[in-house]
Design a protein around this ligand. Structure first.
Ligand code: PHE
Ligand code: NA
Length: 455
């Protein structure tokens, strides 16, 4: 069993904020935010996304950190002891096991997307992005996906890097990676957006993202906006709970959460402005889908002076952001095994090996198994293993976990204990947040499920 005093702690408040922001900021902010916003027409989607972020995802994000702070162990162990203390008969720990396991599945596809970005860093370093045409870029994408080998090699390297960082103890692994990579990411991002504004169409990008004039709010747009809000803050799967447990007792949660959510939002907005400046400046299709950053941006890079350097910076940024998120995906499982006496490096390598199995399924889905649809018999025709993994984790596991955590904090732990642990004065802000977690979040998520089943 875990001894709370032996749980490692981040060394400072700043360290906690940077590392947790590192877990939140990832491919979700750059790769998926831009393609989902592009696909769903920009402004209207962004508006719903902002509402979902502020009203549902961010309040649960704070609730999940709080559960970690109260439990001071791996998520399953934390929730088991909190359940006992609360006297509840509901199965709290199983609710998070789903998330702990699902994060390993998420790493499976995440590593392949990050792997393609790693491959493109390599291509940019060998001059592969100078003066490329649209056809060259398409050819580059298909050459990456010519067979499963290349995606597997790169995603394997990505998984190995993740295991190496998590193998180390929390301060020299997780913490050092976050402190180093997050500031680097911000600097690259600022450079990128300035450059994009100079050579691209910044006005069109702003207009696309914030122009609410022609909103087309279909149910699918709403669902994808809410799903993206959950995904971007990594809520509902226990990774954030783990970081809450590593957090020192001197961290004031409300303020820290504001900082982290603001950083995540800022990265998404700035990345969006950069990407769409290129998109509109170089006549690229905004609704290109998941391939947006790979299929279309290099066309813009190819036409820029020093395009290879810009491409190299952009894809490096993507990989940095991805790796600080990837470590949060395996941290809970590794911590749980450490509680059972298994050395960190052993469990880290074991967990990424399991993730790599899902990388294999993703790599196959993008290549030889493009037409293999595992659930075709159930009516999900056209859904590959990759699509299935993404739908299942994004649209089911994250909302279910968020729903469970909101109920635990809203109804299980007790108002006074919650308030003392944040800590927060008994103000209108606390009352508001607490009511949101008690009522609004569970009702909104339940409504979302009903809504999507009706689709
Ligand atoms: N929040 C991460 C991102 O934006 C993705 C993530 C989701 C990480 C779920 C861990 C768990 O890329
Ligand atoms: Na994010």
């Amino acid at each position: 069993m875990s001894n709370p005093n032996s749980l490692p702690k981040f060394s400072s408040r700043l360290a906690f904020i940077l590392v947790t922001a590192g877990a939140a900021v990832g491919l979700g902010n750059v790769w998926s935010f831009t393609y989902v916003a592009g696909k769903n027409g920009g402004g209207g989607f962004v508006l719903i996304y902002l509402l979902a972020l502020a009203l549902v995802a961010a309040p649960v994000f704070m609730a999940e950190l709080l559960l970690g702070r109260l439990g001071k162990a791996s998520p399953p162990t934390s929730l088991r002891s909190l359940q006992k203390q609360s006297g509840s008969r509901l199965p709290w720990a199983p609710a998070v096991w789903l998330g702990v396991v699902s994060q390993i599945v998420i790493l499976g596809y995440y590593s392949v997307i990050a792997g393609q970005a790693m491959h493109y860093i390599f291509v940019s370093l060998t001059g592969g992005f100078s003066a490329v045409s649209a056809e060259d870029v398409a050819a580059l994408d298909s050459s990456f996906k010519a067979g499963p080998l290349l995606p597997l090699v790169w995603s394997g390297l990505f998984c190995a890097a993740t295991a190496l960082i998590v193998s180390a103890d929390v301060r020299s692994g997780l913490e050092r990676a976050g402190k180093l990579l997050m500031p680097a990411l911000f600097i690259m991002l600022i450079g990128l957006v300035i450059y994009a504004a100079l050579v691209g169409d910044f006005a069109a990008a702003t207009n696309f993202m914030f122009g609410f004039s022609d909103i087309t709010l279909t149910p699918r747009v709403v669902m994808e906006a809410v799903g993206q809000a959950f995904f971007t803050l990594s809520v509902g799967v226990g990774g954030i709970m783990m970081y809450g447990a590593y957090m020192g007792d001197n961290v004031r949660l409300p303020r820290a959460v504001l900082w982290i959510v603001a950083m995540d939002l800022l990265v998404a907005i700035v990345a969006g402005l950069a990407v769409f400046s290129f998109v509109f400046g170089f006549d690229v299709e905004p609704a290109a889908g998941p391939g947006l950053v790979f299929l279309t941006l290099p066309i813009a890079f190819g036409q820029l002076p020093a395009g290879s350097i810009v491409a190299c910076i952009f894809f490096t940024l993507l990989v940095f952001a991805a790796i600080t998120s990837a470590i949060s995906m395996i941290a809970p499982a590794v911590q749980r095994m450490e509680e059972s006496g298994i050395a960190r490096y052993k469990s880290a390598w074991l967990v990424v090996s399991i993730a790599f199995f899902f990388s294999f399924l993703t790599a196959m889905s993008l290549t030889d198994w493009q037409h293999v649809f595992p659930l075709a018999a159930l009516g999900f025709d056209g859904m590959t293993w990759f699509d299935l993994m993404r739908e299942f984790t994004n649209n089911i596991v994250l909302p279910v976990g968020a729903f469970a955590f909101a109920l635990m904090v809203g109804w299980g732990v007790g108002r006074d204990r919650v308030r003392a642990a944040l800590p927060m004065e008994d103000t209108i802000f606390f009352a508001l947040w607490f009511q949101v977690v008690r009522y609004l979040v569970p009702v909104a998520i339940a409504a979302l499920f009903v809504y999507s089943l009706g689709l």
